[in-house]
Design a protein around this ligand. Structure first.
Ligand SMILES: Cc1cc2nc3c(=O)[nH]c(=O)nc-3n(C[C@H](O)[C@H](O)[C@H](O)COP(=O)(O)OP(=O)(O)OC[C@H]3O[C@@H](n4cnc5c(N)ncnc54)[C@H](O)[C@@H]3O)c2cc1C
Length: 538
């Protein structure tokens, strides 16, 4: 019998990210993945800026960018009758504009899933040696009040039993764990069907002068999208709304797939090698609950959405980020079990919002019927700055301070704010003689951001028992910053902001600590960690 605090089922991007973060927070885990290796099809490519901020904080930004597509391809998407034919429209995604890039220290990144996953796997293996088992399937899961017992079967016929306190079900859209628990999903099933063709072909003559992340092809008999992988010879091609155009997935042999790609390029003699073909159906479904006892659904197991908007993977890895520090705090004995309920309270509304938006994008692009004319997307498509940065958590793990957020469209609008529950905003500041982003000061522990005049809050933090609050003194604003960090965070010079390990604001005091700073901060931490009394987690 193997005993482990957390069993992770599924070695896709979400399971791998959960493994990395649990190691980061000092919790051993065991990840099982039934396939022998990581993804072989490109699938997701768009890592949004919030995801890149997250990976930056654990030193993964550079290795991911090293395998990503050249950044110049991220500035545009383009419609045409064929790649070599008449151009219909160009669009600059709002996410990539300079105005929006000042919102973050980490720009978005186009990295196909088959290149991302090996980077994640390598980090997970380094951070937790022996904790990943590929070619191993979870075949049975029994739950009890104190955790779960699982049976694992490996490809060599080996069988193991595992006892785990908690289980992360990152087992994808068809999650058997979700089905076993009887968790229903709400939304729309099988909105449209598609095949994903992974291919080698030198498309430089048609893309070099007009680099784009997506090249959408609109023909009366074929609609599809070239997805840029390296910008030269490796591409993904999605045939969309398959059945509406009279296709069936079974038709897509390598020969037929190559023929369809030639039609989309508009060059009948083009040399193409088809590397793989995957059929799939786009659905917009969200689980009615993300937690059942010791089991937490994460990623596609919790929310399945059309790829129009590029949110599936991003939302999933951000689930893992939200869940990992909470599991760690409970397992380290620093938080009450109720903290784990805030995972559902915080992440399910996000899953619902991005799934709805991705569906509306797909509908606006005419994905659910045959189109006589090109159909261009609604204005929100790839302008979802609000969904990327603007999630404001409302749960027991946040202490509200009464400030309302400015009104705006939650999909497209984002106003940086340190109101409790929001992502701590990015600002360039001076710290210990260096120019840094506020986001680079966050990540492992609870962090108390203060100016030099905030010494009373720092002393209060130093007096508290575990978990340690890491106090940071921000010396001042970067000389080139347009808005000072205290104005952005809306605190006075002697105020303080407490940021959770996932970068969301837990608590804020606009002014100084007074005489009872230690008691105030202690009560705040007790509340946020769902502890009934100081120092007591149960
Ligand atoms: C064409 C396409 C384009 C996309 N584009 C984007 C994009 O631009 N941006 C974006 O964010 N998302 C995009 N997505 C979505 C993205 O691919 C998914 O959201 C992502 O793969 C979900 O990750 P996951 O880890 O939750 O699930 P998965 O990647 O499905 O991984 C689940 C894993 O669990 C394993 N598993 C299941 N059951 C068991 C078991 N019993 N035992 C052991 N292992 C098990 C499976 O083998 C699988 O490897 C796209 C998807 C498609 C199809």
């Amino acid at each position: 019998m193997i005993d482990v605090p957390v069993l992770i089922v599924g070695g896709g991007p979400v399971g791998l990210t959960a493994s990395i973060y649990l190691s980061h927070f000092g919790i051993p885990s065991l990840l099982v993945e039934r396939h022998p290796g990581t993804a072989i099809l490109p699938k997701a490519r768009g890592l949004n800026a919030r995801t890149m901020e997250m990976y930056r904080q654990i030193g993964l930004e550079a290795p991911i960018r090293a395998v990503a597509m050249p950044a110049r391809f991220g500035q545009m998407i383009l419609w045409s009758e064929s790649l070599a034919g008449a151009e219909i429209k160009r669009l600059q995604p709002g996410r990539g504009t300079g105005a929006n890039q000042v919102l973050s220290v980490a720009a978005n990144c186009g990295c196909s899933q088959d290149l991302l996953e090996p980077v994640l796997r390598q980090r997970a293996e380094t951070a937790g040696p022996g904790q990943l088992r590929f070619h191993t399937e979870l075949t049975r899961l029994d739950l009890s009040p104190d955790g779960a017992r699982a049976v694992l079967q490996d490809a060599m016929g080996g069988r193991d039993e595992v006892r785990a306190r908690y289980v992360i079900a990152a087992d994808g859209a068809q999650s058997r764990i979700r089905a076993q628990l009887g968790i229903e999903r709400r939304g729309e099933r099988d909105v449209y069907d598609s095949v994903n063709i992974h291919l080698l072909a030198d498309l430089r003559p048609w893309v070099d002068e007009r680099p784009a992340a997506l090249y959408l092809v609109e023909q009366p008999e074929l609609r599809g999208t070239f997805m840029t992988i390296n910008g030269t010879d490796r591409w993904g091609f999605l045939v969309t709304s398959l059945s509406h155009y009279g296709f069936t997935p079974e038709q897509f042999t390598p020969e037929f797939s190559a023929e369809i790609v030639r039609r989309a390029v508009g060059v009948p003699a083009l040399d193409i090698e088809v590397l793989g073909v995957g059929a799939w159906k786009a659905s917009a479904l969200v689980a009615e609950r993300y937690r059942d006892g010791p089991v937490f659904l994460a990623g596609d197991a919790a929310h399945e959405m059309p790829p129009t908007g590029g949110f599936g993977l991003n939302t999933g890895v951000q689930d893992a980020h939200n869940l990992a520090w909470k599991l760690a705090a409970v397992l380290h004995g620093q938080a009450g079990e109720a903290l784990l309920d805030t995972y559902d309270a915080e992440r399910r509304p996000v899953g619902e919002a991005v799934t709805r938006s991705s569906l509306l994008n797909a509908l606006s692009m005419g994905r659910t019927s045959r189109q006589a004319e090109p159909v261009l997307p609604r204005k929100e498509f790839l302008n979802e700055i609000g969904l990327i940065f603007g999630a404001r958590y409302v749960s027991a793990a946040v202490l509200p301070d009464g400030q309302a957020l400015p009104a705006g469209d939650p999909v497209q609008d984002y106003t940086p704010s340190a109101t409790p529950g929001c992502r701590a905003p990015h600002a360039w500041v001076q710290q210990a003689g260096a120019k840094v982003s506020t986001l680079d000061l966050l990540g492992r522990e609870f962090v108390l951001l203060t100016a030099p005049q905030g010494s009373a809050w720092r002393e209060a933090a130093a007096a508290l028992p575990a978990p340690r609050i890491h106090s940071v003194v921000i010396d001042g604003d970067d000389p080139e910053a347009t808005t000072g960090w205290q104005a952005l965070y809306d605190i006075d010079a002697d105020g303080a902001v407490l940021v959770r390990p996932d970068g969301h604001v837990a608590w804020r005091s606009r002014s100084g600590a007074g005489n009872d700073g230690a008691a105030v901060l202690s009560a705040a931490l007790d509340a946020v960690l769902c502890r009934s009394a100081a120092g007591s987690a149960r």
